[in-house]
Design a protein around this ligand. Sequence first.
Ligand code: NAD
Ligand code: UDP
Length: 310
Amino acid sequence: MKQILVTGGAGFLGSHLCDKLVNSGNYVVCLDNLFTGDKKNIRHLLPNENFEFIRHDITQPIYLEADQIYNLACPASPVHYQFNPIKTLKTSVLGAINMLGLAKRTKARILQASTSEVYGDPKIHPQPESYWGSVNPIGIRSCYDEGKRAAETLFFDYHRQNHVDIRVIRIFNTYGPRMNPEDGRVVSNFIVQALKGEDITVYGNGTQTRSFCYVDDLIDGIIKMMNTEDITGPINLGNPAEMTVAELANKIITLTGSKSKIIYKPLPSDDPIQRRPVIDLAKEKLHWTPKIQLDEGLFKTIEYFKNALF
Ligand code: NAD
Ligand code: UDP
């Protein structure tokens, strides 16, 4: 039995990760300050003797034992990470320093949940890991993008300087049950609006693209990365099926049978125009490829929101 620390474990991805790790016979310690996470996401795990929740902010040091650390703590939706941008940057940078220090002391393997945002508004399409990105250092997304880039730097410097056993993944847009209905991300926004019969808010003209991965596929990839030897990453994890935001809006209207109308709102600044992962490395090194098609994943997510909302 491994003792595994999951920071951000009460959030959308973190709670699914905790589920999978506990169910495969590990002892899981979930660290979360509940900024965007919710105890509801882990309520079913609380009675389990192999699960422990600690309310803690990773910008502060903590002394625990661990065999593996998954560092997921960080608000991920633009609305939430822009709410307190200084705190977002502290979470990425001070949080990484604290968790890397813990990994160094305990000799734990540590995985960083990095992001496609390190590529910024990419000038190369689709994005391979070798691309260094095109990031505005002073814009409204910078607290998140640059924080995640600095965290990657810290991971690689702890690896080179202190031989910490690191894994870095770059996650592309992921959706599924337990997304926070109010965090403003496109999939949850559109589904909630469609189910409530409200206008669907497409930002810009809707021609910007994203590639959406279902949560179960992503969690499989994260765990494979953690448990693969002789690899540091960075490795992209995402579903390369790319579509425009307008296409997504129409698909969600069709799948929900909603009467909602599409309305157009201004495009937020620095909103990337295109995004699609190259996942050749994940296929080759992890033998991982996403399996769940968009319609199937959206169907499950819509069912979740129907229950959560009504
Ligand atoms: P989320 O907001 O649901 O989860 C983040 C969790 O971290 C929340 O439970 C929150 O309370 C917690 N947290 C935030 N700041 C903290 C702090 N200072 N100390 C302790 N806990 C803190 O978001 P998510 O979608 O589950 O994202 C999880 C991770 O994956 C994030 O690091 C995010 O950057 C990364 N990621 C997610 C996506 C995606 O599409 N979901 C894409 C790229 C990267
Ligand atoms: N978006 C939109 N309407 C919404 C929410 C988001 O058109 O109600 C767009 C947003 O401008 C971006 C894309 O959908 O182009 C994905 O946004 P999200 O916040 O989910 O994630 P991002 O990939 O931008 O971090």
